[in-house]
Design a protein around this ligand. Structure first.
Ligand SMILES: [Zn+2]
Length: 307
């Protein structure tokens, strides 16, 4: 079965200026690479719908959504957090980014595709139930996971986050939900610096020291994340796919390569085949060195496509 590629042109319009790392050019670099690698034509293209208010309210407080809507400027850029801002186009981008996850879940659950990758921005994994953070407005991956639980009746889903930053927002949203296991491998100590939970058996946190290479990353995943996933038996795997731990990405101090991202995706695909009928929905989080990002997404998609 095929892999879906879910995106929307509005995700390019959320433009925070030349100095902001989350540039629209990220999505262009990814698409150009997929075309050059002759992968793009094999993907089922899905245009992301806007998430509905009800879909967002599964993971965000109504007051928070009101706050975001009230702060969207008619012109210019308005800061809503130290490094998160809104432009006149940001609301539509944020609603489409979250809606991409809903469409991806539907396509996978209805058997139209085996798995899906959402090429979206703004990213989502730092957005908490009632707080924007770290370039993130709505928690896209959480909207997708909640949709799989509430609409498709799944009982257990896992979110695996290999962005170099801890997925504090996703952890905040699902902290008290035993249906969701969250596995996050990240540089520590590092942004966002929020405390992470070591006692919750459904929250598997794998801090990695600055300078850690692929061997340390793979060992930690093999020792902690894969056994936890096997024991949990998720019916769908969500991936917060951030590629900012790449050795060329100066956002962080990890020294990962494309081969590490390919390996990680293959491991998750194997877990999905064992427990989840192969069902995976992945969404772009970080990754700011454009060539490294594009190369990494290409190997990620190859692994999802099984080629
Ligand atoms: Zn990140």
């Amino acid at each position: 079965m095929q892999t879906a590629y879910v995106t929307h042109p509005a995700c390019l319009l959320h433009d925070l200026g030349e100095v902001h790392p989350d540039a629209p050019a990220r999505l262009g670099a990814i698409q150009d690479k997929l075309i050059a690698a002759q992968l793009f034509d094999w993907l089922l293209q899905i245009e992301a719908p806007a998430a509905s208010r009800a879909q967002l309210q599964r993971v965000h407080d109504a007051d928070y959504i009101d706050f975001i809507e009230a702060n969207a400027p008619e012109s210019g850029i308005r800061q809503i957090d130290a490094d998160t801002a809104l432009t006149p186009h940001s609301l539509e981008a944020a609603y489409r980014a979250a809606g991409a996850l809903v469409a991806a879940v539907d396509a996978v659950m209805e058997g139209r595709v085996q798995n899906a990758f959402c090429a979206v921005r703004p990213p989502g994994h730092h957005a908490e139930r009632r707080r924007a953070m770290g370039f993130c407005i709505f928690n896209n991956i959480a909207v997708g996971a909640a949709h799989a639980l509430e609409t498709h009746g799944l009982e257990r889903v896992a979110v695996v986050d290999f962005d170099v930053h801890h997925g504090n927002g996703t952890e905040d949203i699902f902290r008290h939900d035993p249906r969701v296991m969250i596995c996050s491998a990240f540089q520590h100590p590092f942004y966002p610096g929020t405390p992470f939970d070591d006692r919750n058996p459904n929250q598997i946190n794998v801090p990695l020291e600055r300078g850690a290479r692929g061997d340390a990353f793979r060992a930690a995943v093999t020792d902690k994340i894969l056994p936890a996933l096997d024991a949990f038996r998720p019916q769908m795997i969500f991936i917060s796919a951030g590629f900012d731990g790449h050795r060329l990405d100066d956002m962080s101090g990890l020294i990962l390569t494309e081969s590490d991202y390919a390996w990680m995706t293959e491991q998750l695909a194997a877990v999905a085949r064992t427990h989840a009928q192969g069902r995976i929905v992945s969404a772009l989080e970080g990754g700011y060195d454009l060539p490294a990002l594009a190369d990494s997404v290409a190997v990620h998609l190859r692994a999802l496509m099984g080629i």
